[in-house]
Each structure stands twice: as structure tokens, then as C-alpha cells.
Design a protein around this ligand. Structure first.
Ligand SMILES: O=C[C@H](O)COP(=O)(O)O
Length: 224
């Protein structure tokens, strides 16, 4: 699968393609596909110290990662990570020069209550560092109800949320905020990728289930 994904990524050199496997597969993935960007699905905020079982940014870099996902909704839920935790991880990763993808997204009940934009902008306010140098900051909007469910946000909902995220980034960071890439994630598949990626302020996709096989992932690279 990695070979076919790497070949597709090489064919589309104009598209930035990366894979974020579990920690134990970072080094083998880099060895197998040296031309592909490899990332981690999480990192610890501290470079060193007594944190048994945790994996630091220098450790994932040493394994071959050049990017990392922080604040995924599953970590916010399962590991009770707060916005402050996510911000500390993002700061650590950016300081080490990693492309750092900070995830935000509302639950189904929050969307039904009409609170989606407030929740997401609140997460951005708390999870993004106020300043950074080194790595590239990237935001991923992942509505929780769309992750792994096959329920995909409509292009109109995505457009409206990405516009709200862009407005937050521009107001907070000025021209630097305009340049931050905003990814959409949540049931992105080969058959909906082109439509989602065509939405204003959708600068890429964070793909879960459909990244597991080349048959499903390569068409998404090609649609980008
Ligand atoms: O990390 C990936 C996202 O959570 C999206 O997952 P999905 O594409 O399987 O819905």
C-alpha cells in the first residue's frame, strides 16, 4: 500500500501528501517510502522528564516524522486532553520545526444546538499558540459526528465553518493567519473528495479510514 501511495504522491508533486501512522510504524514507514512525509498521531508536550509511556517530539523526529497531529477529538475524549494540553503540544512540535496539525470540531449535539461555530472558535482560541516559529501551523476541522461514520458535512456547512476559522485566524494572526492551511476531515472518500476540496478555504483533507488502502487513498490524492 505504501509503495502505491508514494508513487501517486510522486506523480502529484503539486499536492503535499503525508501519512501519520501509529508511533511504532513511523520508522518503518519512512524506510519504506522515504519520499513521503511521515507524521505522528500525537506527541507529548515535554521534550524530557518523567513521563513513562509518553513519546516526545524529539523522539518522533528521530523516528523520521516531519509532522504531527495534535488535539484529535479521540484524544480529547479518550485522554481528556484540554485545549491547554493541545496548545502545549503544538508549541513543542512547532518549536522543533514540525508541520503541526491542530484538530478542532464540534459534537453532533453541539451542532444541533447551533453552537458549532462557537465551539470551534473557542477551541482555536485555546488550542493554538499565540506565536510560533520553526514549523508550519495547520488547522484541521473535523466535526466529531462525521469521523468514521460515513456522515459527511455538506459543502455548505464546510464552507461556513472554514470561513469562520479563516476569520479567526486572520483576526488573530494577520497575514500569517491567511496563510495557515485549513484541512477538512470526516468521512472524506474518493467520491466526495473533489467536491469538498473545491470549497473555499478548504486547503486539504485529513483522511482516516480511506487512507488505509491505496485503492481508496490514491483517488483522493488525484482529486486534490
Ligand atoms: O483522523 C482522521 C479523521 O478522524 C477522519 O477519519 P475518517 O476519514 O475515517 O472519518
Amino acid at each position: 500500500e505504501m509503495d502505491a501511495i508514494a508513487a501517486a504522491a510522486s506523480r502529484r508533486a503539486d499536492v503535499d501528501t503525508g501519512i501519520c501512522p501509529p508511533f511504532t510504524l513511523i520508522a518503518p514507514a519512512k524506510e519504506r517510502a522515504p519520499s513521503l512525509a511521515i507524521g505522528a498521531q500525537d506527541c507529548h508536550a515535554k521534550d524530557k522528564g518523567a513521563h513513562t509511556g509518553c513519546v516526545s517530539v524529539p523522539m518522533i523526529r528521530e523516528a523520521g516524522a516531519t509532522m504531527v497531529i495534535v488535539g484529535h477529538s479521540e484524544r480529547r475524549a479518550d485522554q481528556h486532553e484540554t485545549d491547554a494540553d493541545v496548545r502545549a503540544k503544538a508549541q513543542a512540535a512547532l518549536a522543533e520545526g514540525l508541520l503541526t496539525i491542530v484538530c478542532v470540531g464540534e459534537s453532533e449535539s453541539q451542532r444541533e444546538a447551533g453552537d458549532a461555530a462557537t465551539v470551534v472558535t473557542g477551541q482555536l482560541a485555546g488550542s493554538l499558540p499565540d506565536d510560533w516559529r520553526g514549523g508550519e501551523l495547520t488547522v484541521a476541522y473535523e466535526p466529531i459526528w462525521a469521523i468514521g461514520t460515513g456522515k459527511v458535512a455538506t459543502p455548505a456547512d464546510v464552507a461556513s465553518m472554514h470561513a469562520a476559522i479563516r476569520a479567526h485566524l486572520a483576526a488573530r494572526f494577520g497575514p500569517r493567519g491567511d496563510a495557515i492551511r485549513i484541512l477538512y476531515g470526516g468521512s472524506v472518500k474518493a467520491d466526495n473528495a473533489a467536491e469538498l476540496l473545491a470549497v473555499d478555504d478548504v486547503d486539504g483533507a485529513l483522511v482516516g479510514g480511506a487512507s488505509l488502502t491505496a485503492a481508496q487513498f490514491v483517488p483522493i490524492i488525484e482529486a486534490a
